[in-house]
Design a protein around this ligand. Structure first.
Ligand code: ADP
Ligand code: AMP
Length: 220
């Protein structure tokens, strides 16, 4: 399956993607995680991306699309992938369509995670991620690690993302509404969107997402 996850920052895309990717046996491809890996390795791409990320802006399309394409072309993604955080505007969605068309492929679904803004703000405020791998995500109260400040998965140090500060979050939400939300209509026109509420326990949201992706009518 080829799936795109959309939803505001803090909706739980990364958290759900970890479970969905495992259930569906496809790789979880997060452009945010790819940028953060570049930042920790101090690559040129990482240096460029950091300045945009810290301001809550989107990294320019040209570099983002090239990075996403490169990842999607790796051997583990030949039979499908779960995209998290990409595409993030209509130009990126068009570029993705072109890429897939060139390989006679298409998307199977766009899973839209709905969460009210006040909940998203609480989720982001308490989010802690692992220094070793930003796909290891926790929350100080909602998804607390067994030992404070230590990643359950790999023992790495947990920290708060630089762009999870209150001011940057406000900017990221604005960017989501103005630039990313229009991709939902873009994909609705292709009949691909399934929307679920991402409120509630992580495992319940995963169950709803799996049901919606299988098209058995339990999505909302
Ligand atoms: P996104 O990838 O959409 O930005 P994350 O998956 O990083 O969102 O989740 C944001 C924060 O919310 C994390 O701290 C995560 O632990 C927490 N979280 C995710 N899903 C839920 C949920 N269903 N209920 C409560 N907290 C959640
Ligand atoms: P995320 O981890 O998905 O919350 O993304 C963190 C930040 O990385 C965003 O606020 C952007 O600055 C950048 N980013 C991630 N994905 C993209 C994308 N598809 N296009 C542009 N910027 C992105």
């Amino acid at each position: 399956m080829r799936i795109v996850l959309v939803g505001p920052p803090g909706a739980g895309k990364g958290t759900q993607a970890a479970f969905l990717a495992k259930n569906l046996s496809i790789p979880h491809i997060s452009t945010g995680d790819l940028f953060r890996a570049n930042i920790s390795k101090q690559t040129e791409l990482g240096k460029l991306a950091k300045s945009y990320m810290d301001a809550g802006n989107l990294v320019p399309d040209e570099v983002t699309i090239a990075m996403a394409k490169d990842r999607m072309e790796q051997s583990d993604a030949v039979n499908g992938f779960l995209l998290d955080g990409f595409p993030r505007n209509v130009s990126q969605a068009e570029a993705l369509d072109e890429m897939l068309k060139a390989e006679s492929m298409k998307l199977d679904a766009v899973l839209d995670l709905e969460v009210p803004e006040d909940e998203v703000v609480k989720r982001i405020a308490g989010r802690r991620i692992c220094r070793n791998d930003s796909a290891h995500v926790f929350h100080v109260t909602y998804q607390a690690p067994k030992a404070e400040g230590v990643c359950d998965t790999c023992g790495g140090e947990l920290y708060q993302r630089d762009d999870d500060s209150e001011e940057t979050v406000r900017k990221r939400l604005e960017v989501y509404h103005t630039q990313t939300e229009p991709i939902i209509d873009y994909y609705k026109a292709q009949g691909l969107v399934v929307t679920i509420s991402a409120l509630g326990k992580v495992e319940d949201v995963t169950g709803k997402a799996m049901a919606a992706l299988k098209g058995d009518g339990e999505g909302e």
